[in-house]
Design a protein around this ligand. Structure first.
Ligand SMILES: Cc1cc2nc3c(=O)[nH]c(=O)nc-3n(C[C@H](O)[C@H](O)[C@H](O)COP(=O)(O)OP(=O)(O)OC[C@H]3O[C@@H](n4cnc5c(N)ncnc54)[C@H](O)[C@@H]3O)c2cc1C
Length: 473
């Protein structure tokens, strides 16, 4: 049976939760992706389950249909490209009904539905002076950021991997490190609790191991005390780049454990500039390097202030609105001033080449993964990332492109991919090669899983064989 043909029996068996093409419920799921490119996918039908038990019944039913029915999952909808499964006419399972943030102050934990967004979580925690180490942008989905989706890998497992960077990575490791428990619907349809003590292999695999083992319906995360933070964004002239790169290097090689930063170059049809985002969870004792970056001159705009986590995440949501044709591409390098400086002429050349493309905006964003983050993550517990403290500090390079017309997709995509290849060649010359690729930003052609290292990959395969022996996911 092809995937689309599975929808007629599904609609007959689960009429209240199955939405077929052209219905309002169908469009609510398919047209609400962050990128207009992902919203073009046409799954054969959408299922919106209301409980883990009901989702288990759906999974069991699909597994018994003849042939292999492709299943894609949607939470916050920030996968920028159109999924090979949904585009293929598969079944899209939308988790939007799995909502609910329940705070347990006694155990310093919060239970979060798989359909919740980070902004919902921060807003619910704010009145109690609490926070979690989650995504930086309010409208990003909780479970997609923690788990991430599948890619079409050449590997037999055909699966992918990763986890999450937050405002608190120096102190709390990766976002997946703050997860204490998952509720998961397995390929068998069974609903299981997964934690360090129950199904520990699956727990470690889910933390960075993607959605290859089941569908998460609920997460329990650690909370910590946080009233207000310091930080925001500053927009300055490109002439300030060398001194900001120096600051970026100094912070990333000896990071303050309350701080974090993101440095970006932005080309729009109107302006070309530098954006420095700096934050500290301790507003009375901000790292001098971050303060210096916040005071950079000239200053075209600044939002530096004390504010709540929710307001900072909302500010980031406002500068990253949904709806345009937008895509992410990524590579990583070892921390190297030479690469940060040398990548700019390559980036400028791409903008020059494509600036006539209607609505073309090109950003290149640099984020450190410091040895402190890696060590903190490894101390907290096992995850699937395969990073060790022997790794030197890394820099994730995110190339973000926006444009208007489908006709320009190919030129823009191949341009962004060529830019990354040029930067990777530069990293070879500068002895700054890193095999790590950050799945949360990876385009669908990236082979992230292999970069986790053989040991991690073997473990993931073995967990997958155990919990999904017939390759449902
Ligand atoms: C504007 C913007 C800001 C971002 N900011 C950050 C950031 O601060 N830190 C960071 O690390 N990343 C960030 N990202 C990357 C982001 O984490 C990934 O795009 C993430 O996958 C988005 O999750 P989602 O739920 O919104 O997307 P979705 O597209 O709904 O989900 C992504 C994938 O995860 C899988 N999935 C989702 N939920 C489940 C589940 N419950 N069970 C099993 N599989 C599931 C789905 O198969 C899907 O393919 C950002 C992305 C954007 C576009």
């Amino acid at each position: 049976m092809d995937s689309g043909a599975g929808c007629a029996p599904l609609a007959a068996r689960f009429p209240e939760i199955t939405a077929l093409d052209a219905s309002e419920a169908y469009e609510r799921s398919t047209k609400s992706y962050w990128s207009a490119i992902a919203s073009e996918a046409q799954p054969a039908c959408v299922i919106v389950p209301r409980s883990a038990i009901e989702l288990g019944e759906v999974i069991r039913y699909i597994a018994e249909l003849p042939g292999h029915v492709e299943v894609a999952i949607k939470s916050g909808g920030h996968t920028a490209w159109s999924s090979w499964k949904t585009a293929n006419g598969g079944v899209l399972i939308d988790l939007r009904e799995f909502e609910g943030v329940i705070i347990d102050r006694e155990s310093s934990t919060v239970s979060i539905g798989a359909g919740d967004k980070w902004g919902d979580v921060y807003l619910a925690l704010e009145p109690y002076g609490l926070a979690v180490a989650g995504g930086r942008v309010a409208h990003v989905g909780v479970s997609g950021l923690v788990l991430r989706g599948k890619h079409t890998f050449p590997d037999a497992l055909k699966k992918a991997v990763l986890d999450g960077v937050s405002y608190f990575s120096e102190q709390k490791g990766f976002v997946c490190d703050s997860v204490l428990q998952f509720e998961v619907v397995l390929a068998s349809g069974d609903v299981v609790e997964v934690s360090a003590s129950t199904n520990p292999d699956l727990f470690a695999a889910l933390k960075g191991g993607s959605n290859n083992f089941g569908i998460v319906t609920k997460l329990q995360m650690k909370t910590f005390d946080l009233e207000r933070m310091w930080g925001g964004g500053t927009v300055t002239d490109t002439a300030a780049w060398p001194s900001l790169v120096e600051d970026f290097y100094n912070f990333s090689s000896a990071p303050d454990q309350n701080g974090t930063l993101i440095l970006a170059r932005v080309h729009t049809p109107m302006i070309s500039g530098v954006v420095a985002n700096v934050y500290s969870s301790n507003s009375v004792n901000v790292s001098p390097v971050l303060k210096k970056m916040a005071a950079v001159r000239p200053q075209f705009m600044s939002t530096i202030r004390e504010d709540t986590l929710y307001e900072f995440s909302k500010e980031q949501a406002d500068v990253n609105p949904a709806g345009a044709r937008q895509l992410f591409f990524t590579t990583s390098v070892k921390l190297s001033k030479e690469v940060l400086l040398g990548s700019i002429p390559l980036y400028d050349a791409l903008f020059e080449r494509l600036k006539a493309v209607p609505g073309f905006v090109l950003s290149m964003v640099f984020q450190p993964i410091t040895t402190q983050t890696i060590e903190t993550s490894n101390k907290i517990g096992e995850n699937a990332l395969g990073l060790t403290a022997d790794n030197s500090a890394l820099v994730i390079i995110l190339v973000a492109v926006t444009h208007q017309e489908k006709a320009d997709d190919e030129a823009v995509i191949s341009g962004a991919q060529a830019l990354l290849k040029d930067i990777e060649r530069l990293s070879i010359r500068e002895n700054a090669v890193s095999n790590f690729r950050y799945l949360n930003y990876a385009y669908k052609d990236a082979s992230v899983l292999q970069d986790y290292g053989e040991g991690s990959v073997d473990k993931l395969k073995s967990v997958s064989r155990n919990f999904d022996p017939n390759g449902f996911f």
